[in-house]
Write a protein that binds this ligand. Structure first.
Ligand SMILES: [Cu+2]
Length: 118
């Protein structure tokens, strides 16, 4: 009996260890994503806040218009361009490449901001 059980136990242990490792790494990836990939910019009182934010490559930035008049979010270099955003409307863009992305509001060109992706 003992001799028969030994090989089975010897084979089961590596399988269990492998399963634990896979479960552990999946949990780590799931935890890392939300904090690393999202950032918020608030549009209020004719300004973008924060005016400059730094995000990792692959991050999605979401602008929300908290002002009571319409605004746009338009890349100075033509990388992204929102439609006119009314109160509480959002615009999101995912930054796949590192770089500095200045933007402004086409309705109020003095409203500027920038996203630094690194
Ligand atoms: Cu505006």
């Amino acid at each position: 009996m003992t001799k028969m059980n030994m090989p089975i136990a010897g084979m089961a242990a590596p399988v269990i260890i492998a399963m634990l490792l896979i479960a552990g790494s999946t949990r780590m990836i799931a935890n890392a994503e939300p904090s690393a990939a999202n950032a918020e910019v608030k549009i209020d009182n004719f300004s973008f806040g924060p005016q400059t934010i730094t995000v990792p490559v692959g991050a999605t930035v979401t602008w929300t218009n908290r002002d009571d008049i319409p605004h746009t979010v338009v890349s100075t270099e033509g990388v992204f361009k929102s439609k006119v955003r009314d109160t509480d409307e959002k615009f999101s863009y995912t930054f796949a490449k590192a770089g500095t992305y200045p933007y402004y509001c086409t309705i109020h060109p003095k409203m500027t901001g920038q996203i630094v992706v690194q």
